[in-house]
Ligand binder design. Structure first.
Ligand code: PRP
Ligand code: MG
Length: 181
């Protein structure tokens, strides 16, 4: 369909639920980093929506920077190859870094990113993710802030894409079968 909303068959989380969850996470983050400077690092492209809403829910000063990585070394994610497409513009040495992503699936992206960022001598590195798929996790990733654990099914919306579409949905859900055929 030309109308983006009508391809969702099952809404897992509505815009209202997402915003409420992000506010809860933001309150925890604001309390944990009270009195400290904070640099949020968003992982392009999926984390754009979470970064925008989580950062605005903080109610405090925060710096933002972005990284883009590719986990398609030889075609598939399972190759385990990650490379930097766009690095930070910020020197994170001595900084408190909070990596923000919208989903942890296999954990490949963030396990690699955390070890990469850790080698730059930050004061701390933690992860905030809106979603996590515990059944799919195959790399060691321990996010401090998790919105929801979800089953291992393909979800779109709020930054999550299928063939680069559906990122601009306000809700998160599963796609109708006709979309895949
Ligand atoms: C997706 C998603 C996460 C990552 C999670 O990004 O946004 O960053 O995959 O999967 P993983 O835990 O198995 O690594 P993707 O690399 O597809 O790029 P995108 O953010 O541009 O959509
Ligand atoms: Mg991503």
């Amino acid at each position: 369909s030309a109308h983006v909303e009508s391809d969702l068959i099952n809404i897992l989380f509505t815009e209202e639920q997402i915003q409420a969850k992000l506010q809860e996470m933001a309150d925890r983050i604001a309390a944990d980093y009270e009195g400290q400077d904070l640099l949020m690092v968003g992982v392009l492209r999926g984390a754009v929506m979470v970064m925008a809403d989580l950062s605005r829910s903080l109610g405090r000063h925060v710096e933002m920077d972005w990284m883009a990585v590719s986990s398609y070394g030889s075609g598939t994610k399972s190759s385990g190859v990650v490379r930097i497409l766009k690095d930070l513009d910020t020197d994170i040495s001595g900084r408190h870094v909070l990596v923000v992503d919208e989903i942890i699936d296999t954990g490949l992206t963030l396990s690699w990113l955390i070890s990469n960022l850790s080698s730059r001598n930050p004061a701390s590195v933690e992860i905030a993710t809106l979603l996590r798929k515990p059944e799919a996790l195959s790399m060691p990733v321990e996010p401090k802030y998790v919105g929801w654990d979800i089953p291992n099914e393909f979800v779109v919306g709020y930054g999550l894409d299928y063939k680069e579409r559906y990122r601009n949905l306000r809700d998160i859900g599963t796609l109708a079968p006709h979309v895949y055929s």
